[in-house]
Design a protein around this ligand. Structure first.
Ligand code: ARG
Length: 579
């Protein structure tokens, strides 16, 4: 609906300046809602028109602004047009604003609100492969894996709602020397019973014990090397134990991802590409890209012209492949299998140079699609701990979030009686985790803080859930009222207008997130929306108002509820109806 107004304004400008409508769309934006009453709804940037070549780039901006504004006269849609400071401001007819913005709700269009927009339709669509989470079997699931999981899920959701076909992939660390230790260690310390009961925990224990043992005993080291050799040579028994470890771990991960509301279309992993990795090395060699060092390792020279020499090792002296070699093979494999338009890798910033090298090598091999590969890096999290200590598994974090939230809910007077309080506490706790993580730029490091993230007031995931649940309960109490027709002239107070002005920004915010893949724009939009809704609850009561007023207000509240829920879902948060 924002699109309708944007297009109307662009059409008016197009007629006035004899230029195509499209030329004006990038220069138009909805004004952010502030405490002060906002007279205008959209503004046009004169400097953007100059950059876009619509207006001459020489000359006085103020004069250009005034000159253009004086040619524009109000009409039935635009009730006021004002100029100042390099901007032209447009105020939409109030009744029309209310009517148009609330039109999509209650017609089964709620979930698509804002998505059919010129701005979003101009974005490229296609097949997007998002690779995220990617933990290492038998090792710790650390904060970085949690971040990768929720960020990748957000990117997948965003891309999907913008009309792309999304492939969600988990690339497990399921190959390498750690499996030598694990296999050899299992013979000594392993227990099938424990493995079935709690796979991740047990494999981790065995791995730690085997490591300790290897430190003091040559025998264990030898056994580990031997087991890994058997794996690399595809010996049946070793391979079947490895497969059992992997299958059981994947089952366990799936259960925990489900708690988190995350899923994958493909569980891939380094093991899939162990043979292809050798083929890639051959390809590098035949293209003349491979050099052998004096230590016997094979490297690719990636030095930029005239700069210090930088090489990337792709083969150890014993002929075994490395992490990056398997990544090369995996990328080639995915390109052939999925012919994606875009591939996105989500990991912490420590792997930035790894991915730069990966993309460089692919380009050097002649694969121009490497330009459509992207690494989304994020910062480190300090202090992710539970009451019982360090976090080893994702389950531990989710359990802690649930039990802390349960405690807070039992202290709160507003908590309502409900059957599934455990489940509710868990979902709210997860929302809190997500919002804490998504509020700032992804690249920033932050300190994990249970108390702050779980505050009911303040800009938290708990606050978002609370706002949503409160709207649901209002709508439910007045069941049916909101679906019928309403009178727009009953929603002209600044409090309602403010909410609708905020709606005007929704597609812009999604557009911004699609550009830089940062969730903060959407998070801040939803927090602001929740604050506006909180004021509306006070200033626009439904209970005790005349029936037509109550009906109009309920229409506004149910629209707000839908926008909030839609945005939360894109972030990866399940909106709750009760809490
Ligand atoms: N398993 C790796 C780790 O835990 C992350 C994998 C990232 N993806 C990739 N294609 N290299 O560090």
């Amino acid at each position: 609906m924002a699109s309708f107004f944007r297009r109307t304004i662009a059409a008016k400008l197009a007629r006035t300046l004899q230029q195509p409508e499209e030329a004006f769309l990038p220069a138009l934006s909805a004004l952010p809602v502030s405490k002060r009453q906002q007279a205008a709804d959209f503004r046009l940037s004169i400097s953007a028109l100059r950059t876009g070549g619509v207006l001459p780039s020489g000359g006085d901006t103020q004069a250009q602004t005034d000159g253009l504004a004086s040619q524009l006269t109000p009409d039935t849609v635009l009730e006021a047009i004002t100029a100042g400071g390099g901007w032209i401001n447009f105020k939409i007819n109030r009744k029309l604003l209310v009517q148009k913005m609330l039109e999509p709700f209650g017609n089964g269009e709620d979930e698509r609100f804002g998505l059919n927009s010129d701005l979003l339709n101009a974005l490229k669509r296609g097949t997007v492969l998002v690779e995220y989470s990617s933990p290492n079997i038998a090792k710790k699931f650390h904060a970085g894996h949690l971040r990768s999981t929720i960020i990748g899920n957000f990117i997948g959701n965003l891309k999907q709602s913008l009309g792309n076909s999304v492939i969600r992939m988990n690339y497990l660390g399921d190959w390498g020397m750690q499996f030598g230790l694990l296999g050899a260690g299992f013979a000594q310390f392993g227990c099938q019973e424990k493995l079935k009961r709690n796979a991740l925990q047990h494999l981790f224990e065995v791995y730690v014990q085997a490591n300790q043992e290897a430190e003091r005993s040559e025998d264990m080291k030898q056994a580990a090397r031997e087991f890994f050799r058997q794996l690399e040579q595809h010996e049946r028994e070793a391979l079947s134990l490895w497969k059992q470890f992997r299958d059981i771990s994947v089952d366990e991960y799936q259960r925990v991802y489900k708690r988190l509301g995350v899923h994958f279309d493909v569980y891939s992993g380094e093991s899939f590409h162990r043979d292809e990795a050798q083929e890639v090395v051959q390809q590098l060699r035949s293209r003349g890209l491979l050099e052998t060092t004096e230590h016997g390792t094979s490297v690719v020279d990636l030095s930029p012209a005239g700069d210090a020499r930088s090489v990337c090792v792709v083969l150890r002296s014993d002929g075994t492949s490395l992490y990056i070699t398997r990544d090369l093979a995996a990328a080639l494999h995915r390109s052939g299998k999925y012919s994606f338009d875009e591939m996105i890798y989500v990991t912490d910033k420590n792997q930035t140079s790894h991915f730069r090298q990966l993309f460089q090598m692919l380009l050097a091999m002649g694969h121009s699609w490497a330009d459509r590969c992207k690494h989304v890096p994020f910062g480190l999290v300090r202090g992710m701990k539970t009451r019982s200590g360090e976090v080893l598994f994702l389950d531990d974090v989710l359990d802690e979030a649930r039990s802390r939230m349960l405690h807070n809910m039992s202290q709160s007077k507003t908590t309502r009686q409900m059957d599934n309080i455990q489940d509710t506490a868990e979902k709210v706790g997860i929302s809190a985790l997500i919002v804490q993580d998504f509020k700032g730029p992804l690249l920033s490091d932050y300190t994990f803080d249970w108390d702050r993230m779980l505050q009911a007031q303040g800009d938290t995931g708990v606050f978002l859930q609370y706002s949503h649940a409160r709207l649901c309960s209002l709508i439910q109490k007045n069941g049916g009222l909101e679906s019928s027709a309403f009178d727009p002239s009953l929603l002209l107070e600044q409090t309602s207008i403010g909410i609708l002005q905020h709606f005007l920004r929704y597609d812009e915010v999604l557009h911004q997130s699609a550009q830089d893949l940062q969730p903060k724009h959407l998070v801040n939009f939803l927090l602001k929306l929740s604050h506006l809704i909180a004021s509306a609850h006070k200033e626009l009561p439904v209970k005790g108002s005349a029936p037509d007023v109550a009906q109009a207000r309920l229409k506004l509240f149910s629209g707000a509820c839908s926008v909030l829920a839609n945005g939360m879902r894109i972030l990866g948060i399940t909106p709750l109806e009760k809490m």
